[in-house]
Write a protein that binds this ligand. Structure first.
Ligand SMILES: Cc1cc2nc3c(=O)[nH]c(=O)nc-3n(C[C@H](O)[C@H](O)[C@H](O)COP(=O)(O)OP(=O)(O)OC[C@H]3O[C@@H](n4cnc5c(N)ncnc54)[C@H](O)[C@@H]3O)c2cc1C
Length: 261
C-alpha cells in the first residue's frame, strides 16, 4: 500500500483479500519526488503524491501540461494522499496521468529481488486494472525522456458532470513541427476509451511527416474511432464515448497545431 486511496476501497468492497498488507511509505528507493535528469528528462519517484507532482518546479519546468494533468486528478484531498506510482499500478483506465505519461514517451522503472527493469508505459497497461508488473515487483519511478525543443503538449479531460470526476474521455497529445513545416513528431494517447489507456497509432501515422491543416487533422482524428473500444457506463454509452474520443482528439491536435504556427 502506498497512499491507500484505491487499495482501501478494494479491501472494503472485498475485491481483494490479501493475507498481509505491506506499507511502502518508508521504502527509501521509492521516494525522490520529481527531479530533472542530466539528459533533460524527468524522474518522478513512485511515492510522490499527485499534489507534490502538480506543484513541483521540476515538473512545471519539464512540461507545464504534465503539471496541469496531475492537478486534474480528483480533489486536493485525494491528490495529497494518492501517489503517482499507486496510480500507475492501480491501472484504472479512466485515470489522468497514464495517457499523458504515454504521450510523453515515459517508462516505468520497476524492481524485484532479482533486479530492475524498465517497461515502456505504452506496454505497461495490459488489461482492465492489470499491468505488466510481475509478482514481487514494485514500481520505483516514472521516467520521462528529454522533450525536443519546440514540442507542444496538451491534456484534454472531458468532464460533462463535475470538475472532480473521472474523465468521460481524455486525450493527451505531444506534437513537434519541424523546420520544414511538417509534423516531425507526434504522440497521442487516450484515457477512459478502452480497458487500458490507448495509444492512437493510426492517428499518429496519418499525420507524421505531413503538412498539417484543419482538414488533415479532422481526417486523422476520425481514425481514432477504430482505435478505441469504450465501455458503456454511467458516464455514457460506448458509442457516445467513441464520438467524444474523435471530437477531443481533433480539438487537442488543432490546439497544438494553432500554437505551433
Ligand atoms: C474519490 C476518488 C476520486 C478519484 N479520481 C481520480 C481522477 O479524477 N483521476 C485519476 O487519475 N485518479 C483518480 N482517482 C484514483 C487515484 O488517482 C488512485 O486511487 C491513486 O493514484 C492510487 O494511488 P495510491 O498511492 O493511493 O495507491 P494505493 O491505493 O496505495 O495502491 C493502489 C494499487 O497500487 C499498488 N501499488 C501502489 N504503489 C505501488 C508501487 N510503488 N509498486 C507496485 N505497486 C504499487 C497497490 O498494491 C495497489 O494494488 C480517484 C480516487 C478516489 C478515491
Amino acid at each position: 500500500m502506498a497512499g491507500g486511496t484505491a487499495l482501501v476501497l478494494l479491501l472494503q468492497q472485498g475485491l481483494v483479500q490479501p493475507g498481509h498488507v505491506v506499507g511502502l511509505r518508508d521504502v527509501a528507493e521509492l521516494q525522490g519526488g520529481a527531479r530533472r535528469l542530466d539528459h533533460g528528462g524527468l524522474q518522478i519517484g513512485a511515492l510522490t503524491t499527485h499534489r507534490e507532482a502538480e506543484r513541483a518546479s521540476a515538473v512545471a519546468d519539464y512540461c507545464p501540461a504534465l503539471a496541469d494533468t496531475f492537478s486534474r486528478v480528483a480533489t486536493v484531498r485525494i491528490r495529497n494522499q494518492a501517489t503517482v506510482g499507486g496510480n500507475l499500478a492501480h491501472a484504472d483506465p479512466a485515470q489522468d496521468p497514464p495517457p499523458m505519461l504515454i504521450a510523453l514517451g515515459g517508462s516505468a522503472r520497476v524492481a524485484s529481488s532479482s533486479g530492475t527493469r524498465t517497461i515502456p508505459l505504452d506496454e505497461f497497461f495490459v488489461d482492465y486494472f492489470e499491468t505488466a508488473l510481475r509478482p514481487g515487483e514494485v514500481l520505483l519511478s516514472a521516467d520521462l525522456p528529454a522533450l525536443a525543443a519546440g514540442t507542444r503538449v496538451t491534456y484534454k479531460k472531458f468532464l460533462p458532470r463535475t470538475q472532480d470526476d473521472y474523465a468521460t474521455v481524455s486525450v493527451a497529445a505531444a506534437l513537434r513541427v519541424g523546420d520544414d513545416g511538417r509534423c516531425a513528431e507526434i504522440r497521442v494517447a487516450l484515457g477512459a476509451a478502452a480497458t487500458t489507456p490507448v495509444r492512437a497509432r493510426h492517428v499518429e501515422d496519418a499525420l507524421r511527416g505531413q503538412v498539417l491543416s484543419p482538414e488533415a487533422i479532422k481526417e486523422a482524428a476520425a481514425l481514432v474511432r477504430d482505435e478505441v473500444d469504450p465501455l458503456d457506463d454511467l458516464r455514457g454509452s460506448a458509442g457516445y464515448k467513441r464520438e467524444m474520443a474523435r471530437v477531443w482528439t481533433q480539438r487537442a491536435l488543432q490546439e497544438l497545431w494553432d500554437g505551433a504556427t
